[in-house]
Design a protein around this ligand. Structure first.
Ligand code: AMP
Ligand code: ZN
Length: 664
């Protein structure tokens, strides 16, 4: 078939599936099938670069880097909204309107999404530009980043106007936000404060590939531009939905302020059922002629008003400030509260973040404090009710010593958090590090759970993760709840972890700021722990996406005697501390006479490295499968056409691991 046609067909198909998944929330094919089709398209686009298109579904993964965001003047100004907080204020608003316009009034009620506003320009049905609100007159061109947001259509469907702007809000739904934060905490990084700031911060990231990884969504709420043929706000929402935009279904058309108030009351109570944060309801006059008659004040349209929900805030007594020690030694102050009902849950504890926060708010034990629950999972203290303060109370003195091991705390310059430096003697750090080591994304040791780790440490059987490999069944059998079978499983699980790839071992070591992604990068670049340990800070900083903080942390980690000793022992026990391909890079003729085709993405080596390995060891690499092909090395996201052909021809399909076995 004609390549261009094939490419176009795949693009349309993928676009539709993307729409089903991200806008309708109703996928019709499995993620796997989707990935296969995407992979196929990628391969075709690689082969036929002349059909490149910035709006192809393959572009969603990002890659374009914006050093400076260009300033763009908004063709139609992006106004603010005036706010209201009560029934009376809403009724006053209606009275003012009635004095200006005649005839029947209808109101559109929409939720006020709490994120970053965005203006999208479409021409001939394709996304041309995405611009932030900025000061309302001009904003930043963030098109490269917005293109990666899956719910933003890159190509429209149906009967759309030639050119128009559409406005909306880019939000980070709670679930995705929580996941991002869990990953950061896992990497020993500070979690993000709230979804709104994280969403707007994401738009200004330089690397769009980073934006692509964030689960952002774009919710649209208004169409502007002349000759769109649209007569009312509600019609605009419906049309936009038809063209492929994500327009929340919660919007409703109302005939009176009474009805508007009912809508507000309903959502004030139910907004926590929504997957993203909202901070109010926006009420808009529906008819565009009426809107025009009403016009704007200096700052906001007269035809719209926001009704702000009251922040979910309660006051309660703070009984005690305690301090938690994380696996990296970071100290988090926690407010222990008189239990209070807030946003549908009972709150007993709230985070106080760090010493600066306590000082800024002047929070003291015994105070009555205001607790708020926003997008954060953990509620936070936002202030003190000073009218209720005991005049005898004294400012909080931040902990000077670790609550667990009594070591004097330290605080590095420029960091908000205090740390317990007793890395190898502080129980929660010892236990936390081993728990991290065995966790699913790290060494994934079956048969060993977090609680057992604590038991083993408390029984003084282990002190660090290297000790795991010296455990014997007899040692652990006496432990509570440890049966013969579970002891065996544990030992086997530990043994099996010696097969875990280097990049995951590197993540498992628990170097602060070295999360999964960074670990992968470092493993791919350095290929062995020895090379990484020999790297200087400058060398590390010179790598893509490795900042000073990470570089410092890596060097500091290996400088610590206990850590390098652990690494030495892990090596001795046979844990993978290098990419095995490296060992085999020297030339042999093991593969002589065999022809290989490779497809997909590989874990241990890049495609080029794999090619080189095959050739260095006497094999031949070919780009397409034929009857002469002996092996298809299948990576992740392998092209479906290659797979089908290999199956048809009965080619040996082998995994990356199988391949390395062949070399041994
Ligand atoms: P404010 O920033 O408080 O003046 O409110 C105006 C902002 O509310 C707009 O710039 C939008 O980003 C945001 N907003 C969220 N949801 C809506 C909506 N449904 N209609 C209009 N604006 C909205
Ligand atoms: Zn300690």
């Amino acid at each position: 078939m004609d390549a261009e046609k094939k490419i176009q067909g795949l693009r349309e198909e993928l676009q539709q599936h993307n729409y089903n998944y991200y806008v309708l929330d109703a996928p019709q094919i499995s993620d796997y099938e989707f990935d296969m089709k995407l992979k196929e398209l990628q391969e075709l686009e690689e082969k036929y670069p002349e059909f490149e298109d910035v709006n192809s579904p393959t572009q969603r993964v990002g890659g374009a880097v914006t050093k400076n965001f260009a300033t763009v003047v908004h063709e139609n100004r992006m106004y603010s909204l005036s706010n209201s907080y009560s029934k009376e204020e809403l009724e006053d608003w209606e009275t003012r309107i009635r004095k200006i316009v005649e005839g029947k009034l209808q109101f559109v009620c929409e939720l006020k999404y709490d994120g970053a506003s965005i203006s999208l320009t479409y021409e001939k049905g394709t996304l041309k530009k995405a611009v932030t609100r900025g000061d309302g007159f001009q904003g930043d061109d963030v098109t490269n980043n917005v293109r990666t947001i899956r719910s933003v259509p890159l190509k429209l469907k149906g009967d759309f106007p030639k050119k128009f702007d559409i406005r909306g809000e880019i939000v980070l739904p709670y679930e995705g936000f929580a996941k991002m934060n869990a990953e950061r905490v896992e990497a020993g990084e500070e979690p993000y404060a709230n979804p709104r700031n994280t969403a707007s911060g994401s738009l200004k990231l330089q690397d769009s590939a980073e934006v692509a990884k964030r689960p952002l969504e774009c919710l649209l709420y208004s169409i502007t531009g002349n000759s769109t043929g649209i007569g009312s706000q509600f019609e605009g929402l419906e049309k936009a939905r038809k063209w492929g935009f994500k327009v929340p279904e919660e919007s409703e058309l109302k005939d009176s302020i009474e009805e508007v108030l009912q809508y507000i009351n309903y959502w004030d109570e139910h907004r926590h059922d929504l997957p993203y944060e909202t901070d109010g309801v926006v009420v808009k006059v529906n008819d565009f002629h009426q809107q025009e008659e009403l016009g704007h004040t200096a700052k906001s349209p007269r035809w719209a008003i926001a009704y702000k929900f009251k922040a979910e805030q309660e006051s309660t007594k703070l009984n005690k400030i305690t301090y938690q020690v994380g696996r990296t030694g970071a100290i988090t102050p926690v407010a222990n509260l008189d239990p209070v009902q807030l946003a549908g849950t009972v709150v007993k504890r709230a985070s106080l973040h760090n010493a600066d926060q306590i000082e800024k708010l002047d929070v003291r034990e015994g105070d009555t404090v205001f607790v708020e629950k926003g997008g954060e999972i953990i509620p936070k203290i936002v202030g003190v009710d000073f009218t209720k303060r005991d005049p005898e109370s004294n400012p909080t003195e931040y902990a000077t010593h670790c609550p667990e091991c009594n070591t004097a705390l330290v605080r590095n310059e420029g960091e908000a958090q205090h740390y317990c430096p007793n890395v190898n003697g502080c129980p929660p750090q010892i236990i936390g590090r081993i728990q991290h080591y065995i966790s699913r994304k790290a060494m994934d040791i079956e048969g060993l759970g977090g609680e057992t780790v604590a038991l083993l440490v408390n029984a003084e059987l282990i002190e660090n993760y290297a000790d795991l490999y010296t455990l014997k069944k007899e040692d652990i059998l006496p432990l509570e709840r440890m049966a013969e079978k579970s002891a065996e499983n544990l030992i086997n699980g530990i043994e099996k972890s010696k097969e875990i790839l280097f990049e995951r071992v590197l993540f498992a070591l628990g170097i602060r700021y070295v999360g999964e992604t960074v670990a992968k990068k470092l493993a791919k670049h350095f290929k062995s722990i020895d090379a990484l340990m020999a790297a200087s800070e400058e060398e590390l900083v010179n790598l893509d996406e490795i900042g000073e903080r990470i570089a410092w942390s890596v060097v500091d980690f290996f400088k610590t005697e206990a850590n390098s000793e652990n690494v030495r022992r892990l090596k001795e026990y046979g844990v993978q501390l290098e990419i095995s391909a490296e060992k085999l890079a020297n030339q042999t003729n093991i593969l002589e006479g065999s022809t290989f085709v490779i497809s997909g993405v590989f874990q241990q080596v890049s495609r080029n490295e794999l090619k080189k390995l095959i050739e260095d060891n006497g094999g031949k690499v070919s780009s397409s499968i034929s009857s002469k092909t002996n092996y298809l090395v299948a990576g992740e996201n392998m092209g479906p056409s290659k797979l089908a052909k290999a199956e048809k021809l009965g080619t040996n399909i082998i995994s990356e691991a199988d391949f390395f076995k062949m070399l041994e």
